[in-house]
Design a protein around this ligand. Structure first.
Ligand code: 6GU
Length: 238
């Protein structure tokens, strides 16, 4: 799968891309990530990419020409042209359903904004998927683009060693519950013991404990994820 990131801050990406799981996927040619500087498509000696908003107000708006021309040029660099995703706090909410949908794409273009946002004509002309990673405001779309890449590459076949592990992930189509608590050595730390059942070697009992622990954590923290059968109130003593 190929990602093209279009940004005014390309220097934000090399550190992220060198992280072990992603770097290994890139070395194995399962994933390709190309970073493009929108400013390279700006005209004039000052290479301006933004301007003051018509109608007044604070901040600067990204000009339509360098953005549209950058997207079109990057699409023409390779085939297929790829689906255009604009990272913006006003977009549709990102979640594991969107991750699953994007994991079937051969190529994604991730368009990162800064300042007060994009000129509306960028949206009108390119008709991108507008995507937000949550109800908070970031300084730009770059960190959100990394979030999208990070979540989507986990579903690219061969990226995770163990193909089971993403099926068991919370929020996947096959597991809507939060993950159960995990423990490793030592068996006791500062007076906190590992639950006895996990040391028992009794795998049916361990599976049952994990299922109950997942349900309990989901009831306490994210009851919105439960169906009525799963009992939003629970029978616990919390
Ligand atoms: Cl995609 N961009 C910005 N600037 N802020 C955000 C966001 C994106 N998603 C949530 N907040």
């Amino acid at each position: 799968m190929r990602f093209d990131v279009l940004t005014l801050f390309p220097e934000m990406f090399p550190g992220y891309l060198s992280q072990s799981l992603l770097n290994l996927a890139i070395e194995r040619e399962l994933v390709d990530v190309q970073i493009h500087n929108i400013r390279d498509w700006a005209k004039g000696k000052h290479k301006n990419v933004d301007d003051r908003p018509f109608g007044g107000g604070p901040g600067m708006v990204l000009s339509p020409e360098p953005v549209v021309e950058c997207v079109e040029a990057v699409q023409q660099m390779d085939s297929p042209p790829g689906r255009v995703v604009m990272l913006t706090p006003g977009g549709r909410q990102f979640g594991q359903r969107v991750v699953e949908e994007y994991s079937h794409e051969e190529r994604l273009l991730l368009l990162c904004g800064r300042y007060e946002g994009f000129d509306q004509r960028v949206v009108d002309i390119l008709q991108p998927d507008e995507l937000s990673i949550g109800d908070f405001v970031l300084n730009g779309g770059e960190v959100a683009a990394m979030v999208v890449i990070d979540a989507v590459v986990r579903l690219v076949p061969g990226v995770l060693g163990d193909e089971q592990s993403n099926k068991q992930d919370s929020f996947s189509s096959e597991n809507r519950l939060l993950e159960f608590a995990q423990y490793t050595r030592p068996r006791e730390y500062r007076g906190h013991a590992v639950p006895e059942v996990l040391l028992s070697g009794n795998h049916p009992e361990i599976a049952e404990w994990r299922k109950q622990n997942s349900l309990e954590r989901t009831r306490q923290r994210r009851s919105d994820l439960l169906t009525s059968e799963e009992d939003k109130s629970g029978n616990s003593t919390d």
